[in-house]
Design a protein around this ligand. Structure first.
Ligand SMILES: NC(=O)c1ccc[n+]([C@@H]2O[C@H](COP(=O)([O-])OP(=O)(O)OC[C@H]3O[C@@H](n4cnc5c(N)ncnc54)[C@H](OP(=O)(O)O)[C@@H]3O)[C@@H](O)[C@H]2O)c1
Length: 326
């Protein structure tokens, strides 16, 4: 692979894929992105945009016609089916190194933790897992049949500036206003997070590395924390106290449309703990951020972006708190 690669990022203007664009530019690569062109103003100078809806396969083919890349990173979940990944692979010219951002939710979470790359995959996480497994398999088949260099990356909860999942900012919104944090159940299920900058750096480092061909890697931070411990870590970096109000999650069944009560997707009844030794031992990749330093960096961004002032609708939580009584 050339030192300066021509890289295509599918996505490019939000969270993971935008951080990836910045990491690639930081390494001196030439970057193009493929998306529907909704947030072009976010892109750094010098990045070329190919406009297409990846789920429109004819438009995808047209956008990629005559384009050649050394590396391609398929980030966007659109929701992306196996056939959409196949269409992308079909539309690419030559033999670029293709990285697929999958998810640690491909692992069967009914199995004991921790989950390594050798843990059987399964449909514990339903359609999301099915689509990601189909995407992974599409790449692995091209690798086996045609020798296409491919790599699969499996993050778990990602945190950091511009997060589309609003997990950590959900709690910042409440803690800085002195509001209680509602906890459905005991809040003791183990979670693991990774900073988006570390994920972007890992993806950029893997591109063009022949050791990663045909391999899958867990990419996330090395610490685990309970659900409640995660919120306590956020309060600690904010330098503010936090109060918890536990309640029986069965209560939520009585509401028509219950709002998110504990981050956007942190409420589920199983542990999510993964090993990262393959990434460390095989590639020497380690995160720059600890959980706390990653949260502190995100809190700095939250304040700098003026999110402290934003309007948040607490109506659902207020009704729930009123139901729970004093
Ligand atoms: N966030 C997490 O905690 C987490 C955990 C595990 C795995 N993941 C995986 O990480 C990946 C990144 O997620 P993300 O939230 O950062 O979003 P993202 O990949 O950055 O997606 C948004 C980008 O994709 C583009 N896009 C969306 N729909 C498109 C379509 N139909 N065709 C072409 N482009 C499209 C958007 O631009 P336009 O709107 O202009 O098209 C935008 O540039 C996903 O695959 C997700 O499954 C995330």
């Amino acid at each position: 692979m050339p030192a300066v690669m021509r890289v295509l990022v599918v996505g490019g203007t939000e969270f993971v894929s935008l951080h990836l664009v910045r990491a690639l530019l930081g390494r001196g690569h030439e970057v193009a992105v493929l998306n529907r062109g909704r947030r072009g103003e976010r892109l750094p100078a010098g990045v070329r945009t190919l406009v297409a809806d990846r789920k429109d396969h004819a438009a995808l083919r047209a956008a990629l016609a005559g384009e050649t890349f050394d590396g391609v990173v398929d980030v966007t979940y659109a929701p992306t089916l196996g056939e959409d990944v196949v269409a992308l692979l079909d539309a690419l010219q030559g033999q670029p190194h293709v990285l697929f951002v999958s998810t640690a939710r491909v692992y069967d979470h009914a199995l004991p933790i921790p989950y390594s790359e050798a843990t059987p995959r399964g449909l514990y996480w339903g359609e999301y897992a099915r689509h990601k497994i189909a995407g992974e398999d599409a790449l692995l088949e091209r690798h086996r049949q045609e020798g296409l260099p491919v790599t699969i990356v499996r993050p778990t909860h990602v945190l950091g500036p511009l997060n589309t999942r609003h997990n950590e900012t959900f709690f910042m919104d409440r803690i800085h206003r002195g509001r209680p944090v509602l906890v459905p159940g005991h809040g003791g299920w183990l979670r693991q997070f990774g900073h988006v900058g570390d994920l972007a750096d890992a993806l950029a480092a893997m591109l063009g590395d022949a050791r990663t061909h045909g391999q899958a890697y867990n990419v996330m931070g090395e610490e685990t924390v309970t659900q409640v411990g995660f919120v306590e870590a956020i309060a600690e970096v904010m330098g503010r106290p936090v109060t918890f109000r536990h309640f029986d999650p069965a209560l939520l069944q009585d509401w028509d449309r219950p709002g998110p009560v504990f981050g956007q997707n942190l409420v589920y009844n199983c542990h999510a703990v993964h090993t990262t030794h393959k990434l460390r031992l095989d590639l020497g990749i380690r995160p720059r951020y600890t959980l706390r330093s990653g949260l502190a960096q995100t809190w700095d961004w939250y304040r700098a972006a003026g999110l402290v002032e934003r309007e948040v609708d607490f109506a659902f939580e207020d009704r729930l708190l009123a139901t729970l009584g004093a």
